[in-house]
Design a protein around this ligand. Structure first.
Ligand code: PGA
Length: 259
């Protein structure tokens, strides 16, 4: 991963690692292995994990490890990454509701260890700042696992998001709303705004794992990993984490990387 296309003054960002999985199942297993290893090394890991189709297999694997006692998640402090503004956990489109169904409930994650995005707060800006303080008080993220949107977003840091951004309300792009409407067979209206943990907080994580799967992510992954580092492609900022960034992607997702 040489720094092709980078301006000379751009941060050196060539030393992230890319682990190529044969397929979705192997990507999911490698991502679960990385999360497990972090927790085994530090049972009080401060962790954030993404929602979406990409991490579904990782969650499936984590749930089975937790349920059969191979992984002790009881000391992990877990923070959600993003949620639609105004969405409550029981709303059909809720990302937190998705997370509850796919992970929190089947793995019996204690509510006391789980920090939910304050998406229904009466004063979202103040609540977002309070959420950032919770992350800081916990010591910051030890591990952030993130996905990449087809428009390059990370969590809901949409194109234009600066690398020092914090938890805030953001207008969703049409592309993101369309992508996420697909999870609901297009039937569900996706809200126009969301609250997301900022890129700055993600970039400060002691370790970052970017997961990507499938041909549909090949172009944007190439832009993020080999194009210019720019807020037009928020995921490109992840490269500034250098060796703290590990990409776990399947062969289809890396198929357009130059090398
Ligand atoms: P996906 O979403 O895993 O459903 O592709 C990733 C994202 O938009 O961040």
């Amino acid at each position: 991963m040489a720094g092709r296309g980078m301006m000379p003054e751009a941060p050196m960002a060539d030393n992230f690692t890319v682990q190529v999985a044969a397929d979705y199942e192997q990507m999911s297993e490698l991502a679960a292995d990385a999360v497990s290893a972090a927790i085994e090394a530090n049972p009080a890991t401060v962790l954030t994990l993404p929602t979406g189709e990409t991490p579904r297999g990782m969650y499936h694997e984590l749930v089975s490890r937790i349920v059969d006692g191979r992984l002790d998640f009881s000391g992990v402090r877990f923070f959600c990454l993003d949620e639609y503004l105004g969405a409550a956990i029981d709303d059909e489109a809720s990302l937190t509701g998705w997370l509850r169904e796919v992970f929190l409930e089947p793995a019996s994650i204690p509510a006391a260890n789980t920090h939910l995005i304050p998406s229904t707060a009466a004063e979202p800006a103040a609540a977002a700042a309070a959420y950032d303080r919770e992350i800081i008080d916990a010591g910051g993220f030890d591990l952030a696992v993130v996905g990449i949107g087809r428009n390059g977003h990370v969590a809901f840091n949409e194109p234009g998001s600066p690398p020092d951004s914090r938890t805030r309300v953001i207008d969703l792009t049409a592309a993101s709303r369309e992508q996420n409407a697909a999870y609901h067979d297009g039937r569900q209206m996706i809200p126009a705004r969301a609250m997301t943990v900022g890129l700055g907080t993600i970039l400060e994580s002691r370790s970052i794992i970017l997961i990507a799967s499938g041909e549909g992510k090949a172009d944007i992954l190439r832009q993020a990993l080999e194009g210019p580092i720019t807020s037009d492609v928020p995921a490109s900022h992840l490269r500034t984490a250098g060796a703290r960034l590990r990409v776990i992607a399947d062969a289809a997702a890396v198929s357009r990387l130059a090398g």
